[in-house]
Design a protein around this ligand. Structure first.
Ligand code: SAH
Length: 369
């Protein structure tokens, strides 16, 4: 028998189109969404407002299937990390960060990452493919099931887990549509954020399809330094990236801002001079800045800055008028912090092996598993 089509991951437009394909009216798509996302019912036979024949057809040809949880870790500070089984046996990570009534979910979009940013452990794992829209949405469903035990739900989603969302454009678009749709999860567009290392064509394409919030992983004020940290900068240098950002934030309208992420690494990009250059670079861009003190992982070769340098950096930006937050590290006892998400990736690019070889040379005494 042919495999059934998984309806998780189809956004409203796609579900409506599916019903039209089988000769029904588009509103059936919205009906079925209400059952699944509002009533928590995925058994087609219980969807009593659908024609009996349609229910039978759906049962034969379609399903609602979520990825499964391989492992769950609870941090002392309330952070929860799930290892989730996707694709053909890969594992990706999802992190829930509860904070004063807000439940932010950090969602993965790919199995590993091809971008190879020098300070990110996900990149070191290599890459083994894209998540489907169902696997992206599924991470939210899993977190909501956990939160429902205390009558809560996810309030904010950031695509800041494993992977580069804009290199998995279609699935990320469908998944974020579902997250922001009142017929599904119903989050406000201000509370769903796609984060990119700077895939400029992807930013341009977003404008044609969605008005999701956008975060840019900038990390350096000059091309010379940024190319070392974020190699995709060679292809899309800062001026080009920020031009695309300006367009996008114009399009979002005056009430919304972009987020600029800047991971601070000791002696690399954390000096006053860097902060001053950053102020110049960000002039005329409607944005706020998130400073992320580097989260260490074995063999990274980078260190977290000293506290006084972090605050001095923040002060320069604030004095120039930028709202600037320092992201506090959460869940570090369960390796759930930014840049620590590795999951388990069967690397098709062999980068993992090269990384291990290099580490073995650098730190011969350490066994790397
Ligand atoms: N590929 C996307 C999504 C990843 S988001 C992007 O680059 O935006 C994860 C955020 O954490 C990014 O800003 C990333 O640069 C940052 N990050 C990665 N490794 C980190 C580390 N070890 N410490 C702190 N931040 C890190």
């Amino acid at each position: 028998m042919a495999t059934k089509r998984n309806l998780y991951g189809l956004d409203r437009g796609e579900l409506e189109a599916l019903f039209q394909e089988i000769g029904l009216q588009a509103f059936r798509g919205r009906q079925i969404m209400k059952w699944v996302y509002h009533q928590d019912i995925t058994d087609f036979s219980a969807m009593t407002d659908l024609p009996f024949k349609t229910r039978q057809w759906l049962q034969e040809h379609c399903c609602w299937e979520l990825p499964t949880v391989h492992e769950r870790y609870l941090s002392k500070d309330g952070t929860v990390k799930w290892l989730i089984r996707v694709g053909q046996g890969d594992l990706v990570e999802t992190v829930l960060i509860p904070d004063k009534g807000r439940n932010t979910l950090c969602v993965s979009s790919q199995v590993g990452c091809v971008l190879d940013c020098s300070f990110c452990s996900t990149g070191k794992q290599g890459f083994n493919g894209n998540l489907s829209a169902a696997e992206i949405v599924g991470q939210m469903a899993i977190a909501n099931a956990h939160l429902s035990q205390t009558s809560q739900s996810v309030t904010n989603v950031v695509l800041m887990g494993m992977g580069e969302p804009l290199l998995n454009f279609d699935a990320v678009l469908a998944a974020t549509n579902i997250m922001m749709d009142d017929h599904a999860f119903g989050l406000s567009k201000r509370r769903v954020t796609v984060s990119t290392a700077g895939v400029v064509p992807g930013i341009e394409k977003l404008q044609q399809h969605t008005d999701v919030s956008l975060a840019i992983s900038l990390h350096a004020p000059t091309d010379e330094l940024r190319t070392k940290l974020v190699p995709i900068n060679k292809k899309y240098p800062i001026a080009q990236l920020l031009a695309a950002c300006r367009d996008y934030v114009e399009y979002l309208g005056p009430a919304r801002k972009l987020v600029i992420e800047y991971t601070l690494m000791r002696g690399v990009n954390d000096q006053i001079q860097h902060a001053k250059e950053l102020v110049t670079v960000l002039k005329n861009l409607r944005c706020k800045v998130n400073l992320i003190p580097f989260n260490p992982f074995p063999g990274s070769g980078y260190e977290r800055p000293q506290e006084r340098d972090i605050y001095a950096f923040q002060t320069v930006l604030m004095q120039a008028g930028f709202v600037t937050m320092i992201r506090t590290t959460r869940g570090d006892d369960i390796d759930a912090a930014c840049g620590q998400l590795v999951g388990m990736v069967e690397d098709r690019t062999r980068r993992q092996q090269r990384y291990r070889d290099r580490l073995a040379k650098e730190i011969p005494a350490v066994q790397i598993h």
